[in-house]
Design a binder for this molecule. Structure first.
Ligand code: ZN
Length: 107
């Protein structure tokens, strides 16, 4: 049974490739400029990015979204570029061979 190598690359790169696993820190009702809305706070369990959403009180329509990204976060990379960087990191560790081996076994 081939062993899978540990994913290489920093946490930010993994979040850029896979998306952030958000932890919900709750909903706060608020009034801004006479409008009732929800303020929601989230934190990424992996890279510690923060997300702040404002939603309309009744419809939950997204009014505003703001991110606080950790230093070094690869925000300039597209998702495909981040995935490529992760796969290339694994290739150095020999995992691509393992994945091919599994594919042959499963065929
Ligand atoms: Zn993240």
């Amino acid at each position: 049974m081939p062993r899978r190598a540990r994913v290489k690359g920093n946490e930010g790169l993994r979040c850029r490739a896979y998306g952030h696993p958000w932890i919900d820190y709750g909903w706060l009702p608020m009034i801004q400029e006479g409008l009732r809305m929800w303020s929601q706070a989230f934190e990424c369990g992996r890279c510690k990015a923060k997300r702040h959403d404002r939603r309309a009180f009744r419809t939950f329509a997204l009014l505003r979204r703001r991110y606080e990204l950790p230093s070094g976060y690869p925000s300039r990379l597209t998702r495909a570029e981040a995935l490529t960087a992760l796969v290339e990191g694994q290739e150095e560790g020999g995992t691509i061979k393992s994945i091919q081996g599994e594919a042959v076994l499963g065929a």
